[in-house]
Write a protein that binds this ligand. Structure first.
Ligand SMILES: NC(=O)C1=CN([C@@H]2O[C@H](COP(=O)(O)OP(=O)(O)OC[C@H]3O[C@@H](n4cnc5c(N)ncnc54)[C@H](OP(=O)(O)O)[C@@H]3O)[C@@H](O)[C@H]2O)C=CC1
Ligand SMILES: N[C@@H](CC(=O)OP(=O)(O)O)C(=O)O
Length: 372
């Protein structure tokens, strides 16, 4: 089957590189267009980018020329209708709407529009029904284009672990303290003299983003907006000297009591995309979105971040909490499940729902709950 052409905005950055890695040999999508800042425009990708991943830069990408970063900079017939965006939020704020207005599906990583009422903030296993909001966007009505976002990298791992618990027992309040990898700050990111042998107890805007995004992700779609989850969350966010993988210590108060076995059962049985998997797999979806590890000293970033090819959220150390009900540790890969892999999964579910511009349905077998 012919693959759909896609573009990457911010292709030279940490998340842009992950997009290239994850899209290499993707069964549904093919990279046809790359752009970054004006500094990079017109250069060959291998000359503009400092490739930082542990797999080789694909040869077909190395020689591609970076295009201007506006839709007008590329002839309309050559501009892909699916754009993965990995831009800093101030740049995204300006550029993403221009691509949506030009008829592109903008699958964004950035925080710029996550909390905008008609923009879906989506983790497919958690709230795929929120994708219906794209139909409320003026770009969609005018040109067919739209913006869909994935959450902050710390919010994603946490919400995957919270969702099955919330569905069964209800969440009343959450306290979370993070230990976030340096790759989360992009490249070159945090200076080595600031982070080596050190912990930095501040990441700009991170605590605020976690607090509000969790409310939207676990909220309820109500017509043209999402009614936020009514449960307070307090976050402490810290930068630690880890390369990849965000670790989070979580304490939870539930609305109805749950036993240890019931908590583990909720995580083990959480497989909302499995029905879709059976006939028409989403290529990037992990079979088990939340994996529980029994060992007393896990999860650990180096040992557990690649579970589910970097798309699983790993939970461990479930134990009673003397302040709330339960406490545990969550780990997820910040540039795969927390960024490029999350966006790719959003694009895959949009393809399956036949919502990508210029496409045709991947499946006749879309579960009723997802028929947005
Ligand atoms: N790293 C992570 O773990 C996560 C990151 N994110 C978000 O993803 C986005 C990208 O992050 P990350 O890849 O880490 O950042 P980087 O700093 O590594 O990369 C930034 C990218 O944006 C490009 N860029 C910079 N200025 C402009 C401009 N004016 N116009 C067009 N392109 C521009 C850069 O191009 P050039 O090389 O030419 O300068 C580069 O490709 C951010 O919004 C970030 O918050 C989200 C979740 C996790
Ligand atoms: N701020 C995160 C990464 C990130 O870019 O978050 P966001 O996508 O919300 O801007 C970190 O430093 O680890």
């Amino acid at each position: 089957m012919e693959r759909r052409k896609v573009g990457i905005l911010g292709a030279t950055g940490m998340v842009g590189q992950r997009f290239i890695q994850l899209l290499h040999n993707h069964p549904w999508f093919e990279i046809a267009w790359l752009a970054a800042s004006d500094r990079s425009s017109g250069k060959r990708y291998e000359d503009a980018c400092r490739w930082k991943l542990d797999t080789p830069l694909p040869a077909n990408i190395a020689g591609m020329t970076l295009m201007p970063n506006t839709p007008e900079g590329t002839p309309a017939t050559e501009l892909p209708k699916i754009i993965f965006a990995a831009l800093d939020s101030d740049v995204a704020y300006e550029l993403e709407p221009r691509f949506a207005a030009a008829g592109c599906a903008v699958i964004s990583n950035s925080s710029a529009f996550r909390m905008t009422s008609d923009v879906p903030l989506v983790i497919p296993e958690v709230n795929a029904d929120h994708l219906a909001l794209i139909e409320k966007q003026s770009w969609r009505k005018d040109s067919g284009g739209y913006i869909v976002t994935n959450p902050n990298c710390s919010a994603i791992g946490l919400v995957l672990a919270l969702k099955p618990i919330h569905d069964r027992f209800g969440i009343e309040k959450v306290f979370v303290s993070t230990m976030q990898a340096v790759s989360g700050a992009g490249y070159p990111g945090v200076a080595s003299l600031d982070i080596l042998g050190n912990v930095v107890p501040f990441i700009k805007n991170e605590e605020e983003k976690m607090q509000e995004e969790v409310g939207k992700l676990l909220g309820t779609l109500s017509g043209d907006h999402v009614a936020m989850l009514d449960a307070p969350l307090s976050a402490h966010c810290n930068r630690v000297a880890v390369e990849d993988g965000h670790t989070e210590c979580v304490s939870l108060k539930l609305r109805t009591p749950a036993t240890y076995e019931q908590m583990l059962e909720a995580w083990a049985e959480f497989a909302p995309l499995r029905g879709i998997h059976e006939g028409h797999p989403l290529p990037s979806a992990p079979d088990q979105p939340v994996e529980y590890v029994d060992q007393v000293d896990r999860p650990q970033p180096r040992l557990d971040r690649m579970r589910g090819k970097g798309m699983a959220s790993t939970v461990g150390r479930l134990r009673p909490c003397s302040l709330f009900d339960w406490k545990f540790v969550v780990l997820s890969h910040n540039t795969i499940r927390g960024a490029a892999g999350a966006a790719l999964l959003n694009a895959e579910i949009l393809a399956m729902l036949d919502k990508l511009p210029g496409g045709k349905a991947r499946s006749q077998n879309v579960p009723v709950a997802l028929k947005a």
